[in-house]
Design a binder for this molecule. Structure first.
Ligand SMILES: [Zn+2]
Length: 588
């Protein structure tokens, strides 16, 4: 039977290029090797499990390789590489300072350094967790670090850079390893899962990546564990159960309760969370985080701060656009205040219930306003993702509450008017900051939007309306094309290239496609496309809707049944044979 190797070891990167999420470091190292200007000592700093030791080993192997490739990767074939791969190389020494931190340990290492390599060019000394060395050990080490023999390279690794004394710091070239992005980790897990033939849900891998907090090694060991626990069935539900992660769904529901002023709903939901075995601290921290994520979603620019998978991102955006900025700020304020004080609370359960009650009653005051705003997108744009345009509906924070109310009153009063659906974007456009003046676009008062009962729109707001950038067919086509030019995803650019655009109204254009596949490809990047276009012209409400028009059916081309039959025979001659047989039978 083949022996089992844990994923963290099996999928440990062996080349610079396969190191996940640290290209800023691997590129620098490669350049240094290429130019022959390699430092004598390196300090690799960064959180655990982000690839410090891995990079150190790759570096050691590469500088000893006799046959380095053009891309500065070890050849894996020369004698030195082979001995590295079999872990029999005499040119690499690893010392874990966490357990070998005495002066004697360092003395032994220093004695080693005196002996030149028997084969290969360099001897590489990797000292892990170097901050754990005792101060005497540090001092014993200093001398060697100061004047090392030319064949010796030192790579010191640490998770706590601030504990390294300045005399050591000043002798090393310092590399700061980054926490690996959740997205990068989940891509890597996806690669591992595919290679290992493990069925998975992308959401599940995302949860693992999130829980790993930037460490690839942790992510991979969790991945292994979960495969064991779940019998190789990596579903989202399985993963959140085993990793003790609270489902996003709870928080989405919770915020809905807050918005609806449903205190009872919020309290019952908290009971469910407790029943699942989560504690209050976990719950309230997650709640603040959720509200923070909603806030971040309100602006396409800050949406990049949202570290979640695409599916969840849509959900966040969807919920965020239905919340008012002021409400979210208040929710976050109260929630983080309770989170902060939770530790000191005597009756923790009651404490959270008070928080929930407060949060849910908070929106009741706003409810009147809220509901009218929320209805709008549903009427105007049936598809859920199109409400993405909404974030900008939010007033800038400094804006007082009062003016925000006016447009919504306008809306409800003109409900009988057929053009009501237009009023929302326009009303909100008035609230947004003026578009960048530098944008040189023809400015014109909108023609559709003026059907609002005028008494409710203040003169000032009318003036502001004149600052709108008018969308034209040419303009959106240009923007669309320029996005195609900059996009590097081939499937996307092909799909976008096939699209026919038509302007629908001042904020909306239609994208006509001839197949569902193109639609799904564009849908995935819709957010990015829109943010790009919005940014370019300063129209923050810009949105598009997609329609898939089926290619013209053959049947429509023919006016008589016999024409159609001729066409079918041309496509499939067998039909002609049958026709002749049947017509013979019929004629006899
Ligand atoms: Zn080699």
């Amino acid at each position: 039977m083949e022996s089992y190797v844990v994923s963290a070891r099996k999928y440990r990167p062996a080349t610079f290029d396969s190191v996940v999420g640290q290209s800023h470091i691997t590129n620098t190292l490669k350049n240094a090797i290429k130019s022959g200007q390699l430092a004598q000592a390196f300090l690799f700093c960064g959180p655990r499990g982000v690839g410090k030791t891995t990079c150190a080993r790759i570096l050691a192997k590469a500088i000893n390789c006799q046959n380095l490739s053009d891309t500065i990767e070890a050849c894996n074939e020369c004698e030195s590489c082979k001995s590295f791969n079999d872990s029999t190389s005499m040119n690499i020494f690893e010392l874990d300072a966490a357990s070998n931190n005495s002066v004697d340990d360092i003395r032994r290492l220093v004695e080693q350094v005196r002996i030149p390599p028997q084969s290969g060019k360099y001897k590489v000394y990797i000292v892990d967790e170097v901050h754990m060395l005792s101060s005497q050990a540090f001092n014993a080490f200093l001398k060697t670090l100061e004047e090392p023999p030319s064949y010796a390279k030192f790579i010191l690794a640490t998770t706590e850079k601030h504990k390294i004394i300045p005399t050591i710091l000043s002798r090393c070239q310092i590399f700061d390893f980054k926490r690996i992005k959740i997205e990068d980790i989940s891509h890597h897990l996806e690669y591992v899962a595919k290679t290992e033939n493990v069925p998975y849900e992308p959401e599940a891998l995302h949860v693992i990546a999130q829980k790993a907090d930037g460490g690839l090694r942790d992510a991979l060991s969790m991945f292994d564990q979960l495969i064991n626990f779940t019998g190789g069935n990596l579903t989202y539900a399985n993963c959140i159960d085993n990793l003790n992660v609270l489902d996003y769904e709870y928080y989405f529901k919770l915020v809905d309760y807050f918005r609806a002023g449903d205190i009872g709903g919020a309290l019952l939901l908290y009971q469910q969370v407790l029943d699942k075995g989560f504690d209050g601290q976990h719950f309230i921290t997650g709640m603040s985080e959720h509200i923070r994520n909603l806030l971040v979603c309100l602006d396409p620019i800050t949406q990049t701060l949202l570290d979640v998978s695409d599916t969840i991102r849509y959900k966040y955006v969807e919920q965020a656009v239905n919340c008012k900025l002021q409400l979210l700020v208040k929710l976050l304020d109260i929630s983080s205040d309770f989170e902060y004080r939770y530790r000191d609370a005597n009756n923790k359960r009651l404490f959270i219930e008070v928080a929930l009650t407060k949060l849910a009653s908070l929106s009741r005051a706003d409810l009147q306003v809220q509901q009218t705003v929320v209805q709008q997108p549903a009427i105007a744009r049936p598809q859920p993702q199109t409400v993405l345009q909404q974030p900008v509906v939010q007033n800038p924070p400094q804006r007082p509450m009062q003016p925000a109310v006016a447009p919504t009153q306008v809306v409800s009063q003109s409900e009988t008017n057929t053009t009501t659906i237009q009023s929302q974007p326009v009303a909100s456009a008035e609230n947004k900051p003026k578009p960048n003046v530098a944008v040189k676009m023809p400015l014109k008062t909108s023609t559709i939007s003026i059907n609002l009962p005028s008494p409710n729109v203040s003169d000032m707001e009318k003036e502001k309306k004149n600052d709108r950038v008018e969308l034209t067919q040419d303009l959106i086509e240009d923007l669309w094309k320029s996005y195609i030019d900059k996009a590097d995803n081939e499937a996307l650019t092909l799909a976008m290239d096939r699209a026919k655009l038509s302007l629908s109204n001042e904020n909306l254009f239609m994208v006509e496609l001839d197949n569902l596949y193109s639609e799904s490809i564009i849908k995935k990047s819709k957010l990015e496309i829109l943010s790009y276009m919005r940014e370019r012209i300063g129209v923050r409400l810009l949105d598009f809707e997609m329609t898939v028009i089926k290619q013209e059916n053959d049947e429509n081309k023919f006016s008589t049944p016999s024409e159609k039959l001729e066409h079918l025979i041309k496509k499939n001659p067998q039909i002609g044979v049958y026709r002749n047989i049947f017509s013979d039978i019929y004629n006899n």
